[in-house]
Design a protein. Structure first.
Length: 296
C-alpha cells in the first residue's frame, strides 16, 4: 500500500443533511443555497446524502432518473467551479438505458469536472421483524467496481448506505490508499438507531480512516429517514454530529492525525494476507463439498 501525496493536510468539510422530497427544483435550490453558505464559511469539500435530488414514489421508474452527466450534475458542477471546491453529490438515480436504474455517487472537482462515479454494490433487500421489507434490487441494478480517487485533499473512497455493512469493501478501499471514505445514506429509523453509528465507527477503526456519513432525514413515502449525519475520525471518535433537523454540519479532516493513528496501530500492515487466501479457499471448498453431499 502506497502513501498517497496530497497538497492539503487539513481542511474543513460540510455535511448537507437534507430532507429530500418529490420536487427536484426545490431540492436543488436548497442544495445550491447550502453550497454557497458552506463555501463562504471555508469548506473545501461539501457532501450530500443518498438520492439527494429527488425522493418520491416510483422515482426509479420515471422522471427521477437522470443521465450522468445530466441535469443535476450540471448544476452541481457549476457550483463546484464557482466556488473552487469539491462536491460529493451523495447519490443520484442514474438512467442506465435498462429496466433498472443505478444508485450512483458522483465526485466533482473544483474545476467543475466529474472526477469519479460509483454505483452502489450491495442492494438493500431485507425484511425486519416488524414486517417492514425493502427490495432495492427490484428497481436498482448493482455496480461491480470499488472506486477510489486521489485528490489534493487526499485519497477518497466511495460507498453508499447499505454498503457499510460489508467491511470487505472498506478494507479494499483502504488498501488502495483511501484516507476519507464517503457513506451517503438514507437509513431507516429501526436500523439507524441501533446500527448506524456502530457500523460507521467500526469501519473507521478497522481501516484507520475518516468516515464521512451524510444522511437523509424526514418522512419519505415508504419510511422515515434516520438522519444523524456523522464524521468519524481514524481513532473511531465521532468528531461531528448533525442535529435532528435538516441543515449543514461542519467538521475538520486532519491527514497528519490519520498518519499518526496508522503508525500507532498499523493494522493495514499487520494483516495476514498470506493466510486469508488459504482460509477463504478452504471455506469455498467446504461449501462445495457440502453441496455435493446434498446432491448424493
Amino acid at each position: 500500500m502506497q502513501k498517497q501525496p496530497c497538497a492539503t493536510r487539513s481542511y474543513t468539510i460540510a455535511l448537507m443533511q437534507m430532507d429530500t422530497q418529490n420536487n427536484k427544483k426545490e431540492n436543488l435550490d436548497t442544495a445550491c443555497a447550502w453550497i454557497d453558505e458552506a463555501a463562504a464559511r471555508g469548506a473545501r469539500l461539501v457532501c450530500f446524502p443518498e438520492v439527494m435530488n429527488l425522493i418520491g414514489k416510483n422515482v426509479g421508474e420515471g422522471g427521477g432518473r437522470e443521465r450522468i452527466p445530466g441535469y443535476t450534475t450540471e448544476i452541481l458542477c457549476a457550483k463546484a467551479k464557482e466556488h473552487g471546491i469539491y462536491i460529493h453529490a451523495g447519490s443520484l438515480t442514474e438512467e442506465t438505458g435498462e429496466k433498472r436504474s443505478a444508485n450512483t455517487s458522483v465526485l466533482i472537482g473544483p474545476d467543475g469536472a466529474i472526477l469519479a462515479s460509483y454505483r452502489k454494490l450491495h442492494m438493500f433487500d431485507i425484511t425486519l421483524a416488524d414486517g417492514a421489507s425493502f427490495c432495492e434490487s427490484e428497481r436498482v441494478s448493482p455496480g461491480n467496481e470499488a472506486v477510489t480517487v486521489q485528490t489534493e485533499l487526499g485519497t477518497f473512497g466511495m460507498s453508499i448506505c447499505y454498503d457499510v455493512r460489508f467491511p470487505e469493501l472498506y478494507r479494499l478501499m483502504a488498501l488502495r490508499g483511501a484516507q476519507v471514505i464517503f457513506v451517503p445514506a438514507s437509513f431507516t429509523m429501526p436500523t439507524g438507531k441501533d446500527h448506524w453509528e456502530p457500523l460507521l465507527r467500526a469501519r473507521a477503526i478497522e481501516n484507520g480512516c475518516y468516515i464521512v456519513a451524510t444522511g437523509q432525514i424526514g418522512t419519505k413515502p415508504a419510511y422515515t429517514a434516520y438522519g444523524n449525519s456523522l464524521v468519524v475520525d481514524p481513532w473511531g471518535t465521532v468528531t461531528a454530529r448533525a442535529s435532528d433537523m435538516p441543515g449543514i454540519t461542519y467538521a475538520g479532516i486532519d491527514l497528519d492525525f490519520l498518519d499518526r493513528i496508522r503508525k500507532q496501530i498499523p493494522s493495514l500492515e499487520n494483516r495476514r494476507s498470506d493466510l486469508y487466501e488459504v482460509l477463504w479457499k478452504g471455506q469455498a471448498d467446504s461449501k462445495a463439498e457440502c453441496g455435493d453431499a446434498l446432491k448424493t
